[in-house]
Write a protein that binds this ligand. Structure first.
Ligand code: HEM
Length: 503
């Protein structure tokens, strides 16, 4: 009947957007056509074949793939009143307990309240207030990179985790931190399950009633383990922060601000507490891994383009000099570094397919009928590699943004208007994330050379651009050399760390 109603609401019998022919097997639709990993490559290819708006049938459910920024803007931004819901995601939300994550919530009253809190905590001005925390942690990071550069992956992970824990709860992480471990594991379980179409239970929700021992029901075991992690993620840091507050020891944080500005989220104290608890847990879950992925991409990018690194260092030496570290105050005077930030967001995407939106009413676009309930996926990776917009898209080339024309005059679109999503669901952490990536790039390049390791044959080893597959994607571990540029920076790092200790 659902299908019938939809048809009757298409009075002009408009066609659906084009797409590959569904399978001859009943109900299966385009399932056999769906890639099982790195979907963005296939979606980009399909975009060339079927155009910027195409449709797939996943066992009766409609899924649109958007392959151009223009269509994404015209639908998800300009018609955001009806394109801001999220699809069911049974596996992640119901079975793994990630319903607490505002990013997956249905577009309802509670969601809007959470979003308001996030906006209060992370708008441009509020994000700037977290700069001292970011500066402090990144200075420690430089010292760790100096002492054990081979463990850079670990150091970056620890520092992005530390920043977000301090911002979220005023919590100082320690080595092998329990809260960081919980968040990492919970996140890992969630991102692999949240990949659109990863679990059949998302399209056949009744499968959730199958007991775990049933052959083929492995997803239930995965779900149960994920559920426990999601509970810990919400409860453990929250209990710690609550205790600090009760004992009058709480440091400034997102959590503390929310607890003290009563009534910001809701007039009902119980509801408000619930929303604050979820919002603080989400912060950690969404803010650590994403920033880490973008920083790792920057390191990888440097291995691909040594001349970019040299040019950036020239700019840093000229503008900042060599007797202090770059700071946020230098940002406006470092155009080339800012272009590296942009290119990092474009070259490889933290969330290659965005987070799916769900259409809340029937719609018509460009003569095509899109029924209510359609899942909308934006191929953000594909859009960021459009050859017309970004010639030689596989090259890491920040110059494409230097003195570039405005997008209205045919210039390249700013990658931060693609990588962070669309409309009312656009990433609320984007200002915080951009600040942090900027400081990572500026301070790392001011102090170090990032170079490929040498292989057995004496040749430099450029690691492949091999990324994990999932909702969020990051480079798989790769080796690189991180060496201080000169003795001066070694002293500079030591002095900067000492100055922190004094404060
Ligand atoms: C490089 C860093 C990051 C990238 C590339 C990124 C990207 C994204 C994208 C693509 C979305 C989905 C937008 C859409 O539905 O169209 C999103 C949503 C979200 N992000 Fe981020 N993000 C980053 C960092 C952060 C940080 C640091 C935080 C927290 C402080 C955060 C919190 C969120 C939340 C809460 C949502 C859900 C928004 C909603 O559904 O209304 N993100 N992000």
């Amino acid at each position: 009947t659902k299908l019938l109603t939809r048809r009757t609401r298409n009075p002009h019998k408009l066609p659906y957007p084009p797409g590959p022919k569904p399978s001859a097997i009943p109900f299966v639709g385009n399932i056999p056509d769906m890639p099982t990993k790195d979907e963005w490559f296939k979606f980009t290819e399909w975009g060339k074949q079927y155009g910027p708006l195409m449709m797939l049938d996943i066992m009766g459910e409609k899924m649109c793939i958007i392959n151009s920024a223009k269509v994404a803007t015209e639908l998800l931004d300009q018609r955001s009143a009806i394109y801001s819901d999220r699809p069911g995601m049974v596996m992640v939300k119901e079975l793994m307990g990630w319903e607490f994550n505002m990013g997956f919530q249905t577009y309802n009253a509670e969601y809007k309240k959470s979003r308001k809190l996030f906006h209060a905590g992370f708008n441009v001005r509020a994000s700037d207030e977290y700069q001292p925390i970011q500066t402090r942690e990144l200075t420690h990071l430089l010292s760790k990179l100096l002492h054990s550069p081979e463990a850079f992956d670990e150091h970056l992970r620890a520092s992005t985790g530390a920043v977000i824990m301090m911002i979220a709860f005023g919590y100082t992480t320690v080595e092998n931190d329990e809260f960081v471990r919980i968040a990492e594991e919970a996140q890992l379980a969630m991102v692999s399950a949240a990949r659109p179409g990863a679990y059949l239970v998302d399209v056949l929700p009744f499968l959730k009633y199958i007991p775990e021992w049933f052959p083929g029901a492995n997803f239930k075991k995965v779900a149960r383990e994920g559920w426990e992690l999601a509970q810990d993620l919400q409860n453990k840091p929250f209990a710690w922060a609550q205790q600090q507050l009760d004992e009058g020891k709480a440091r400034p944080s997102f959590f503390k601000t929310l607890m003290e500005s009563k009534g910001l989220a809701s007039d009902d104290p119980e509801e408000e507490m619930r929303i604050i608890k979820k919002a603080s847990a989400v912060m950690y879950a969404t803010g650590a891994d994403t920033i880490l992925a973008s920083v790792l991409t920057f390191f990888l990018g440097m291995l691909y383009s040594p001349d970019v690194q040299k040019k950036a260092q020239e700019e840093l030496d000229r503008v900042v000099g060599t007797d202090r570290l770059p700071t946020f105050a230098d940002r406006e005077s470092l155009p080339y570094i800012n272009c590296i930030v942009k290119e990092t967001y474009r070259w490889e995407l933290v969330i290659p397919l965005g987070v799916p939106h769900r259409l809340m009413e029937n719609d018509v676009y460009d003569g095509y009928f899109i029924p209510e309930g359609t899942t909308m996926i934006v191929n953000q990776w594909g859009i960021s590699h459009d050859e017309d917009m970004y010639p030689d898209p596989q090259a890491f080339r920040p110059e494409r943004f230097m003195n570039a024309k405005d997008v209205k005059e045919g210039g390249p679109r700013e990658p931060n208007t693609i990588a962070f999503g669309w409309g009312r669901r656009i990433c609320p952490g984007r200002f915080l994330a951009e600040n942090e990536l900027f400081l990572h790039i500026a301070t790392t390049l001011a102090c170090f050379n990032i170079t490929p390791v040498t292989g057995a044959d004496g040749e430099p080893v450029i690691p492949p651009r091999d990324y994990t597959s999932g909702l969020a994607s990051r480079p798989k571990p790769f080796p690189c050399n991180i060496t201080p540029r000169n003795n001066g920076v070694v002293d500079l790092i030591k002095e900067s760390v000492a100055a922190l200790e004094e404060n």
